[in-house]
Design a protein around this ligand. Structure first.
Ligand code: FEO
Length: 170
């Protein structure tokens, strides 16, 4: 039996992660329309990872015999008016998600819910990686993005990203 607040936050996180998937699909769609298929691929895989994150929260609640309540997913709301704006919106969003994970962790800590804390440990590490990836993309874009050849090479690099299932299995 999970604490009421911990349960509520975990359930809300399912929605936040699906929203993240939706947001990155929007980013992928932006780059597809720009003709930058490599960037589109990178964000498509990002969207798949976010769906996986949502399913991990979903499965965790089910495994704990706690009710799951699926809410409406909001429309992606970031203003995508330049390549760099998209990349920066990604970093801003990951920082926000990190704060959400920290809030759930804090709520679990307050009630000595060690199992939920252990479950969340994977997400704490994952958020570190997600922020690093988003930062790296911005740095590469700053370095190479203003030159057509550089942008082409970066697009090729991002096109090589392949999907891997999450290392956390419930
Ligand atoms: Fe599910 Fe990008 O955090």
């Amino acid at each position: 039996m999970l604490n009421e607040k911990v349960h509520k936050l975990l359930n809300e996180q399912i929605n936040k992660e699906f929203y993240s998937a939706y947001l990155y699909l929007d980013f992928s769609n932006y780059f597809k329309a720009r003709g930058l298929d490599g960037f589109a691929n990178w964000y498509m895989i990002q969207a798949m990872e976010e769906r996986d994150h949502a399913m991990l929260f979903y499965t965790y609640l089910q495994n704990e015999n706690m009710p799951v309540s699926l809410e409406a997913i909001a429309k992606p709301d970031k203003k995508l008016d330049s390549d760099m704006a998209v990349l920066e919106a990604g970093l801003e969003h990951e920082k926000y998600v990190t704060s959400l994970i920290n809030d759930i962790y804090g709520a679990a800590y307050d009630v000595r819910d060690f199992r939920t804390m252990q479950f969340l440990d994977w997400f704490v590490k994952e958020q570190g990686e997600e922020e690093t990836n988003a930062n790296d993309l911005i740095s590469k874009m700053e370095l190479f993005g203003s030159d057509a050849k550089g942008l082409y090479m970066l697009n090729q690099e991002l096109g090589a990203r392949i999907y891997t299932a999450p290392s956390l299995v419930l």
